[in-house]
Design a binder for this molecule. Structure first.
Ligand code: AMP
Ligand code: ZN
Length: 433
């Protein structure tokens, strides 16, 4: 039998009781950090705030933000709110440079993270009959383990495949009848390409039906390409280590935005420059406060991810508000010849072109010289030169219209650009600053 919800009462709770639950949990969280986290104690002291003053959800704005830098500066144990013997798991967040951010879980946190993933899996129609091939990186990264635990809770058979080694992935898919898989969108694209190059027709040879794709920003065009080439439905999965990893926000079967589990996370969207709230529906930076986390509660964590709230109710009946697809991180933004550009703007154009394959790389050199290398699709690799020249100039025009800068474009052979095991590296910036 297919379940509609994993925790119906919580997932469909009317907004007023949901907000009351949030307030109660927020008050508990703030009182706990005030009592036992020196970092927050000193933050509260400097703004003369006390937990007792928090009376409404709007009062959250009186709390300090917590940033990436705070986590690094108080590494490793500075934000922990439980005695060391209550810690049961350590994860770290993929940072670009320097020390990682240490994220601790208590046993209850491990269990709650798994519950949220279970909600997500049920939400997209997974059942105990499904076989989930988990192609995320196992280890310090939250992506694989947290989904693994959630899937076991629902009773799926989980194959802890990890990323890479596409030949072995295919063998596992064939031999164990994989029906769902979990990976980054870039790896899903790579796998589709690999199958095409090796004569595997997923509709004929495999039992795949759905994919959970996350950990990286990607466009609707990328999703469409993954779905069309593998004959599946792909659901956007959003999370970050600082908030337990996957299971923070996830698409339902309608695939129109990701429900953010508001009984566990308090959601704000702010103007990243001023810190002020933006009106519902406007884009801004996502700021999250943990409402249930035991080992390491975080107040108003600046995710740097740019999104917007979808205020309208969802036909699936869940009352937790949806977020739009993340359009990028505020720190992913490139400034090229004075224009702000998100790599996703380019990706969206590339992925909608059938002649192109699934991997691309943006290189920046010298004084704002942009080169975009993009693989051709295996079916078009042997195309006529004339046709390729036309394709190239069509693409340059489209991209220039979008980003107001004329890139150089190089069409390259399928499978020739590097792929990374974790998150894809789409931009190489060698500019002299
Ligand atoms: P990590 O903490 O290493 O898991 O990285 C978390 C970051 O990955 C988030 O802050 C986002 O920038 C990015 N991310 C995760 N899931 C998604 C998604 N579905 N769409 C866009 N970006 C994502
Ligand atoms: Zn929904």
């Amino acid at each position: 039998m297919t379940l509609m919800y994993w925790q119906r009462d919580l997932e469909t709770m009317p907004r007023d009781p949901l907000r009351a639950l949030q307030l109660q949990r927020l008050q508990d969280t703030v009182a706990r950090v005030e009592a036992c986290v020196p970092f927050y104690q000193s933050q509260f002291a400097s703004t003369r705030f006390t937990a007792a003053e928090l009376r409404t959800l709007e009062d959250v704005r009186r709390l300090p933000f917590t940033t990436n830098a705070d986590l690094r500066n108080h590494y490793p144990y500075g934000l922990v709110a439980v005695p060391p013997n209550r810690l049961s798991r350590l994860h770290t967040s993929s940072g670009t440079t320097g020390k990682p951010k240490a994220i601790f879980f208590s046993q209850r946190d491990v269990d709650q993270a798994a519950e949220l993933v279970a909600r997500c899996l049920i939400m997209v129609g997974a059942t105990a009959d499904d076989v989930l091939q988990n192609m995320m990186t196992y280890g310090l990264f939250t992506g694989a383990l947290v989904v693994h635990y959630g899937a076991e809770k629902v009773g799926l058979l989980v194959i802890p495949a990890g990323p890479g080694n596409s030949e072995r992935q295919l063998l596992l898919m064939r031999d164990f009848g994989t029906t769902l898989f979990h990976c980054t969108p870039s790896y899903a694209l790579y796998l589709a390409d690999f199958m095409e190059r090796h004569g595997v027709d997923p509709r004929r040879d495999l039992k795949l039906r759905k994919a959970l794709i996350g950990a990286e920003a990607h466009s609707e065009a990328t999703r469409a390409k993954i779905e069309a080439s593998l004959g599946i439905q792909a659901y956007n999965s959003y999370g970050l280590s600082e908030m337990n990893g996957p299971g923070v926000a996830f698409e339902c079967e309608h695939q129109q935005g990701m429900h953010l589990w508001e009984d566990h996370y308090l959601l704000e969207i702010i103007n990243p420059d001023t810190g002020d709230p933006v009106p519902d529906g406007d884009p801004g930076e996502l700021v999250l406060t943990t409402l249930c986390r035991e080992a390491m509660p975080l107040l108003r964590y600046r995710t740097r991810d740019i999104t917007a709230i979808i205020p309208e109710p969802c036909p699936c009946g869940r009352t937790h508000r949806r977020l739009r697809r993340i359009t990028g991180r505020s720190d992913d933004m490139l400034i090229v010849r004075g224009v702000n550009i998100y790599p996703q703007q380019i990706e969206r154009i590339l992925m909608a072109v059938p002649e192109l394959g699934r991997n691309y790389l943006i290189e920046l050199d010298g004084l704002d010289e942009m080169t975009i290398k993009v693989e051709l699709s295996p079916a078009h690799f042997d195309g006529h030169v004339e046709h390729l020249v036309q394709l190239e100039s069509r693409l340059v025009d489209k991209i220039r219209a979008e980003i107001l800068t004329k890139p150089k474009l190089q069409l390259v052979a399928p499978g020739s650009l590097p792929i990374s095991e974790g998150k894809a590296k789409r931009v190489i910036d060698r500019r002299v600053l």
